[in-house]
Design a binder for this molecule. Structure first.
Ligand SMILES: O=P(O)(O)OC[C@H]1O[C@H](OP(=O)(O)OP(=O)(O)O)[C@H](O)[C@@H]1O
Ligand SMILES: Nc1ncnc2[nH]cnc12
Length: 239
């Protein structure tokens, strides 16, 4: 490992600890990590960096299970099965941790572009794009001003309302590998539109990832459209 890689690992460990600290006392963080509370305080406040071995152990200890647990503790589901995930999508540090875990948990092809749907998918999309050193693209329900060419995909929803997403045509190029992500998948209607935009762009789907699947319907729908890996960090019961 060269100096830069060591520093990146040490900083990632600090990011992990800071994220875990948000909902914990130092004593609780010490119990969780096995590291002394005083050391944790110095790491979280940036006075000292953890040594490379400690950094590695810290980063590796936050695997899929821990992250899913952290995610579940931050969201609430109402009586009708609707999810409030604002404490997740507004926390870029948490999403920055989710990206490597998603990449390690599923066999996604390395993307050229990470594609999502505005609005709530954008922060996760940005974290994933940054991790893969890929571009971020997001389809919007309105046409972007001053852009001339769009790829658009329209669908009539179960409710009868029509939903259209527009993506500037140069956001995804023919031949690109595209990782499609969203914060939440329920019916899969949004995924169907995003996957259609990838197909219209003559690009390849490298995977589909969501933080939260509500029921199986949307995930199954995505799996019918693509053979690429389709994965969720957590699944909740649908209505
Ligand atoms: O699987 P589906 O049933 O299509 O639902 C999932 C979509 O719903 C939410 O977005 P929403 O449509 O609420 O738009 P927003 O992000 O702009 O709030 C969420 O961010 C997904 O994009
Ligand atoms: N927040 C949410 N919870 C459950 N299903 C949804 N579909 C779209 N947004 C949703």
């Amino acid at each position: 490992m060269n100096r830069a890689e060591k520093a990146a690992l040490q900083l990632r460990a600090v990011a992990v600890l800071r994220t875990l600290k948000r909902s914990r006392t130092y004593d609780e963080l010490a119990a969780l990590t096995g590291l002394p509370a005083g050391d944790l305080n110095r790491y979280v406040n940036g006075h000292v960096l953890p040594g490379v071995e400690r950094a590695r152990e810290t980063v590796e200890s936050v695997g899929r299970e821990e992250l899913a647990h952290e995610l579940e503790s931050r969201i609430s589901v109402d009586d009708e099965g609707y999810v409030d995930n604002s404490a997740v999508v507004f926390d870029q540090s948490f999403l920055d941790l989710a990206a490597p875990v998603a990449a390690e948990s599923f066999d996604f092809e390395r993307p050229d572009v990470v594609l999502t749907a505005a609005t709530d998918g954008i922060t996760l999309g940005a974290a994933m794009a940054s991790y893969f050193d890929a571009d971020i693209a997001y389809a919007k329900k309105r046409k972007e001003t001053a852009v001339e060419e769009f790829v658009e995909s329209r669908q009539r929803l179960a409710s009868g309302i029509e939903l259209t997403y527009y993506l500037p045509a140069d956001a995804v190029s023919a031949g690109d590998t595209v990782l499609v992500v969203d914060d939440l998948i329920r019916s899969g209607e949004t995924q169907e539109l995003l996957l259609d935009i990838v197909a219209q762009s003559d690009a390849t789907v490298g995977g589909v990832f969501t933080l939260i699947a509500v029921g199986d319907e949307g995930m199954d729908r995505a799996r019918e459209i693509t053979d690429a890996p389709v994965g969720a960090l957590t699944t909740f019961e649908g209505r």
